[in-house]
Write a protein that binds this ligand. Sequence first.
Ligand SMILES: Nc1ncnc2c1ncn2[C@@H]1O[C@H](COP(=O)(O)OP(=O)(O)OP(=O)(O)O)[C@@H](O)[C@H]1O
Length: 336
Amino acid sequence: MISTAGLSRRFRAPDGDEVHAVRGIDLSVAQGETVAVLGPNGAGKSTLMRMLSTLLPPTGGTARVAGFDVRTQAPLVRERIGYVGQGNGAGHTQRALDEVVTQGRIYGLDRAAARARATELLSVLGLEQLARRRTQAMSGGQRRRLDLAIGLVHLPALMFLDEPTTGLDPQNRNNLWDHITAMRRRSGMTVVFSTHYLEEADQQADRIVIIDHGRVIAEGTPTQLKQRHVGDRLTLETTDHASAERLRGLIAGMDGVGTVTRQGDAVTGQVADGRTALPGVIAAARDQEITVVAAETRLPTLDDVFLELTGRSLRDAAGRPGTGTEDSDRAPEKVA
Ligand SMILES: Nc1ncnc2c1ncn2[C@@H]1O[C@H](COP(=O)(O)OP(=O)(O)OP(=O)(O)O)[C@@H](O)[C@H]1O
C-alpha cells in the first residue's frame, strides 16, 4: 500500500538556514496494516505524512502510495486516501452534515450518495445529534470526530491520521479508536497514524516506526521492539541493601544480562527473556547465600525502547513544541 525509497524533504527557512526534516526514509506498509509513527517534536512525522498524502512534494527519493507515485500521479493517490491533519476542524464553517456532504461531492459522489454516506458516518461517529450544528459550536472532541468523518467520506483504502487524539480526554480518545477500529474491520482500511501517546501506539498499531531527526531509527511490532531493543526487566527483591548490592554484582557478571540497577533492597537487570533467565539467577543467588524474597519479570514499555535508542525519554522529548520556522510552501492541511 505504501513503499518509499530514500524519501527526503528539505525546507529553506526564511533566515536562509536549511532544515532537513526527512532524511532518506525507506518504508513499506502492507494493505490492511495499522502503523504508528512515533518520534519527538520536530522528528519529521508530519512532514512524512504530508508527503505521502501529496500535500507536500518530496525534495528527494520516491514514494508510491495506493499504487501510484505521489509526485507524478498525485490526483490518483488522493482519490484513494483520506488525511486528517492536526488542524482540528479549524477551517470548517458550515453545519456538520453539510461539511461532510461537501467533501463527498468534491470526491465525485452524487448528492444522494454523499448525503447517505455523510449521515451514516455521523451516526457511526456518534455525531448524529449534532448534524445541524455549526462546527464553531462543537467541542474539540466533536470536531475531531467530524474531521474523521470528512476524511472517511469517500471510503478511502488508506487513511493518514496526524495526531488524531491530541487534546482529547481519555474517554473521547477511546471512542475515536473504537470508531476507527470498526471501520478497519468493515472495509480492511490501511491506517497510518502519528501520536505522542505511547500507550495508544502500543494498543492500536500492528507495527511501530520510530523516527528521530528525520530518520527511521527502529521499526517492528510493539513486542519485537521491546524484545529487540530492551528485553525483559527482571527484578529480584532481597532482605537488605547489602544483599542487594552483592546480588547486583552477581547478576551484572552473568552472561546475557544488560544494564543492572539497584533500588533499595531490589535489583533489576535487562535480560532477553525473563522467564528463561529467572531460575539461573535464583540458583546463583542461593549459591552465594543471598536470600531472594520476591521476583518478577516485566515487559518494557515503548518509552524504555525510545530511551534505549536515543538516550532520551519520548515523554520528555515530546514535551516541547516544535522549534522550526515556517516557509511559504506549507500546504493546506486537507486533501480536497
Ligand atoms: N514548512 C516548513 N518550513 C520550514 N521548516 C519546516 C516546515 N515544516 C516543518 N519544518 C521543520 O521540519 C522539521 C520536522 O517537522 P515536522 O512537523 O515534520 O515534525 P513532527 O515530528 O511532526 O513534530 P510534531 O510532533 O511537533 O508534530 C522541524 O524542524 C520543523 O520545524
